[in-house]
Write a protein that binds this ligand. Structure first.
Ligand SMILES: O=C([S-])c1cc(C(=O)S)c[n+]([C@@H]2O[C@H](COP(=O)(O)O)[C@@H](O)[C@H]2O)c1
Ligand code: NI
Length: 404
């Protein structure tokens, strides 16, 4: 499973995180395409190399002509809703802006629907948010975590006038999270803090992972003695005990033909699993409980997708703990083809070894055989290759979440 950890110990802004993800290998054209799907022809994204207090980093120039932005949350939601985007990118971007809207509503004492964004509603902020969500999607990051965020000190001039640092929106967004004091000026912006708190689980220390890439994203200023950068460490590996949220809703009025697309979209939005339970509701109405299990860091986008795609008026939630086996992939030769075997293991010993069903089904059609015959042959080949419960985990397991 691909994961990434954000080091925001020098602060964070939307463009810094975007630059760090591009520096770690996210595809620039995929990011530009996602931004253009939401706000066509409004911004230009140009990454370039810089140094910050002696460290090499990528800085991304985000150019737009939007000088007097006053957009409502509803306007931004509409832009993202209507854009052609991967479901996960849409759900993430909506979750980030919804968090920003809730924070602004609390700070200014207005309702969420009446929130008027100023700087954070500008084209360049929309580009930062959509760009970061697209970059995470492009890199295949399934689990995002972040260390404590440095917020800075002093006062800053904004469209609301001169504000103390951390500015009110940042303080509101950071509630419940560990933050770091110190450093001069505004080190964490509302957009940066909204991205971190909506998409990343709090993880003070770098989680265990096999490190694949590091991305360094620069802020605009170069301050001597303190590199003004966000770092992203990208790797593979999974946590054995995950904090998860179970989201549920009882629904009796959704066109039943829509359900398969809802389940698929929730998985796309980051749910680890999504399913339906047939129930009899009040007044004897046949209905379904929609259930979605998501890592705590993915709960926001999954919740947003449930409200967007179904008719429910509320979502029940409870924290659950899930013990997951560590996983990897191996391949065996069956009937002249290479079939992937999913291997689940614990403490160095295989607990489950299962042929990938879709590949077995494809091979069965190709060979004109019953699927069970291909599955049996794959299991026999796996046993011969010592890929069976009780065997030690081989050193050559592939550590990806997909065998393809
Ligand atoms: O745009 C809005 S609504 C806004 C609210 C606040 C509050 O704290 S309230 C602060 N700001 C300031 O705008 C700039 C740009 O922020 P980005 O997140 O778009 O980089 C920054 O100085 C914020 O403190 C904006
Ligand atoms: Ni504000």
């Amino acid at each position: 499973m691909r994961q990434a950890w954000i080091d925001a110990s020098a602060g964070i802004a939307g463009d810094m995180l975007l630059a760090a993800l591009l520096d770690a290998g996210a595809d620039l054209e995929a990011v530009r395409a996602a931004v253009a799907a939401v706000i066509p022809d409004e911004v230009r994204l140009t990454p370039h190399q810089v140094t910050r207090a002696g460290l090499r980093a990528t800085h991304v120039r985000v150019e737009s002509t939007d000088h007097h932005p006053h957009r409502t949350w509803a306007e931004i939601r509409d832009l993202i809703d209507r854009a052609t985007l991967p479901e996960r990118v849409r759900a993430d971007a909506l979750a980030v802006f919804e968090r920003l809207a809730r924070a602004e509503a609390r700070v200014h004492g207005v309702s969420v629907e009446d929130v008027h964004f100023h700087e954070v509603g500008a084209w360049d902020s929309i580009a930062d948010v959509v760009g970061v969500c697209a970059a995470l999607h492009d890199l295949g990051v399934r689990e995002l975590s972040a260390g404590p965020v440095a917020v800075g000190s002093g006062r800053v001039r904004t469209a609301h006038g001169e504000l103390p640092v951390p500015v009110p929106a940042v303080a509101e967004l950071a509630a419940g999270r560990r933050i770091l004091a110190g450093g001069e000026g505004e080190l964490a912006t509302p957009t940066g803090m909204a991205l971190v708190t909506a998409l990343a689980r709090e993880c003070p220390e770098l989680p265990p992972m096999r490190l694949e890439a590091t991305g360094v994203g620069a802020g605009g200023r170069d301050v001597p003695g303190r590199p003004n950068v966000v770092r992203v460490l990208l790797g593979t590996g999974r946590q054995q005990m995950e904090e998860s949220i179970l989201l549920e809703a009882n629904i009796d009025d959704l066109d039943p033909r829509v359900w398969p697309s809802v389940l698929a979209a929730l998985l796309e939005a980051g749910a680890a699993d999504a399913w339906l339970v047939p129930i009899l509701m009040k007044k004897g109405r046949p209905a379904h409980t929609l259930c979605a299990l998501a890592a705590t860091s993915r709960a926001d986008p999954v919740r947003t997708a449930i409200f967007r795609l179904t008719t429910t008026l509320g979502v029940r939630e409870r924290a659950v703990r899930k013990t997951a086996l560590e996983r990897g992939w191996a391949h065996v030769d069956v009937l002249g083809a290479r079939l992937p075997i999913k291997v689940g293991y614990r403490e160095g010993v295989i607990v489950q070894a299962t042929p990938e069903f879709e590949d077995a089904a494809r091979l069965a059609v190709q060979e004109d055989l019953p699927v069970r015959a291909v599955l049996d042959a794959a299991l026999a080949a796996a046993r011969t290759a010592r890929l069976a419960p009780g065997e030690p985990v081989p050193s050559h397991l592939e550590d990806t979440c997909s065998p393809h």
